[in-house]
Design a binder for this molecule. Sequence first.
Ligand code: SF4
Ligand code: SF4
Length: 374
Amino acid sequence: MFLEACAQNAGLGEPSLAELIALKAEARRVPLNAHLELTYRCNEQCVHCYCVVEHGKEREARARELTTAEIVRVLDDLAELGGLYLTLSGGEVLVRPDFFEIAAHARKAGFAYRIYTNGIGLNASRIERLAALEPLTVELSIFSADAAVHDGITRVPGSFDRLMRNVALLKAHGLRVYLKSVMMKPNIAGFADLHRLGRELGVFTHIFACEVSPRIDGPILKPRQYQLDENELVDYLGQSVLPATEPLFEGASEDIAKQRDTCGPAVNSCCIDPYGNVYPCVAFRVPLGNVREKPLRELWYAPPPAIQDLLSVKKYEDLTECSSCELIGFCKRCHGDNLLERGGSDWKSCHPHARTFASAQRRVYQIQKAGRPS
Ligand code: SF4
Ligand code: SF4
């Protein structure tokens, strides 16, 4: 889920143009991609969610959230710092009564912005208002083509039917709809049907992921019980409807380590949580500070020592274990996920979760390579 939400991995327009802009932003350390979490409250309670506030605790959470005026100031500050791509995310963004005001301000401030929503709080008039605000994409989670399985994951009876109705309405209003599916133990058996459903719905794109991220608070590793194990990952990644697996780089580990950049949290991205804390990205939960205490500009340009340490890691060769790892060509380590998984320390060591994925990817690659005509 972090990878799917991660600005470093987002599909943002034409690759060549996006890459060019990203390179400039990286060189100048501009927060080009901002992930703004408006609330952790939600009208669903997905079993694997990394942030949702439990039902019964919403009032307390809401009282701590940034006000509309504070969010408007954050958006203006971000725009002034050079922010261009904005993700409005939750929890569920539509539980905030001021959501449309916030989206309208994001548009006015010149952001190309994406909206993450579970879709069940939409209706015809809300979709009409949304269409008028011209978001880049509206991105909705779907877990199964089987209503009972989807509703079992969201823990809201009827959520599948409401989602289907609203996908049709969003499309009818010309909005660019992305469906996003995390494949996990409870829904993996229905992958082929879900893939087919995405095609039948004719959405702009249907993104599949298979990473289940730790929670950012409380029982950190609770969502991981839903994660596919290595053998299940091999079965999943080897399916013919998914792109063939290729190594990101080939060659000796040491040579790859020199070439490969790590992801760049706090270089050209940031994440701001509902309470004003500014993080390097959606996963790396060490704050630069809080916008209620200091202006965003100050937080961005004078990061604390822990963030300066993060900024010093640029290549895989800067990480001792990675620099000689046999899986380096397949690995997509996430410093933030590793930090959470390791209980807040030692994030430079091997990321065990990424290792499982990399190992599965390599097995699939070897199987696919052996099956190709020579
Ligand atoms: S598997 Fe571990 S040591 Fe190897 S590249 Fe990935 S994070 Fe680094
Ligand atoms: S640590 Fe890196 S890979 Fe993980 S979410 Fe942050 S930028 Fe993305």
